[in-house]
Ligand binder design. Sequence first.
Ligand SMILES: [Zn+2]
Length: 117
Amino acid sequence: MGNDKISQFQVDLLDIVSDIEQQIQHLSVQDPIFGFISPKFIKCGKKNCKCHFNTKDLHGPYFYLRLEPEYKYNKYLGKEVPRIIKERVEIGSTIKNLEKKRTKIIETVSQFEDIAL
Ligand SMILES: [Zn+2]
């Protein structure tokens, strides 16, 4: 590729980056949750319950919200995950994916800058 073509390519990529940034902005105002939902099986308080003798008899699943950065079992959600929570977690992970894509593109653009020198 000649230098002109390379710089056109860079401009195109930077356009994509600004599209991605707009999408991120649009999603960021929709109350994203950054983390994931995870099931947990538990032992109950009754000492004679079968859950204390066999792991396959544990109770659950009960769902927890695990928030970044540590992904601890931060928040108990119940036996069923509320739809709004699912949606907000999806928005959060979409934002994360867009940010990864943006980083990759910016890296690619800077590689071409090295070649052009
Ligand atoms: Zn039990």
